[in-house]
Design a protein around this ligand. Structure first.
Ligand code: ADP
Length: 203
């Protein structure tokens, strides 16, 4: 957990309550945390769900690993320490988005269980719904897809510490839902997530 460095700071509560936001947005904000190997289909499914939600008049937004690394987290690399800080910042950002009433869909490999658990704990503490979504497909299938050619580079030793090759991926122990993208189509996965949101009264 990151240390609190600033002193003389006070949390300022506003006059708008979570219920007022919910009513105004016509939905309950929430975070969906898609985790899985590179090329397992996180971004593809996230974007399909975002489109589906918008087509139903809901407010949704995707936070994507590579995009965040271009901006907010451009000063972080792929060491275990930097990966942890990457996920910590994203956990805080997604919590703020969800608190604003947005359905936030995160696609990050987020390979370490402890980091994902921290994001969940931060949401629990603020009573914001958090759904861990395990986007699963066998490594061989992910390697076959390899849309960005990253596995090929990792196998050739051109990328060090690549998740699934020479860095571990710790699968979720009790995710809210598992998507098997080698068996389910993109549309089926997006619909499964939509149903989960409906079942939990988010939409
Ligand atoms: P990630 O975000 O997990 O790295 P991407 O979504 O960027 O993965 O890439 C997954 C690739 O797999 C895409 O090229 C996508 O079109 C392909 N793909 C094939 N079948 C599926 C499926 N059933 N679900 C999701 N992606 C799939």
């Amino acid at each position: 957990m990151a240390e609190q460095l600033a002193t003389n700071i006070t949390w300022h509560d506003g006059d708008v309550t979570p219920d007022m936001r919910k009513e105004n947005m016509g939905q309950q904000g929430a975070s969906l945390w898609l985790t899985g190997l590179s090329a397992s289909g996180k971004s593809t499914v996230a974007m399909a769900l975002e489109k589906l939600l918008l087509s139903r008049g809901k407010h949704a937004y995707c936070l994507d690993g590579d995009n965040i690394r271009h901006g907010l987290n451009k000063n972080l690399g792929f060491s275990a320490e930097d990966r942890a800080e990457n996920i910590r910042r994203i956990g805080e950002v997604t919590k703020l988005f969800a608190d604003s009433g947005m359905i936030t869909i995160n696609s990050f490999i987020s390979p370490y269980r402890v980091d994902r658990d921290q994001a969940r704990a931060a949401h629990d503490e603020s009573k914001i719904p958090f759904f861990e979504v395990f986007v699963h497909c066998p490594l061989e299938e992910a390697e076959k897809r390899d849309p960005k050619g990253l596995y090929k580079k990792a196998r050739a030793g051109e990328i060090k510490g690549f998740t699934g090759i020479d860095d571990p991926y710790e699968a979720p122990e009790s995710p809210e839902i598992v998507l098997n993208t080698h068996e389910q189509s993109v549309e089926e996965s997006a619909l499964a997530l939509m149903k989960m949101l409906e079942d939990h009264g988010i939409v």
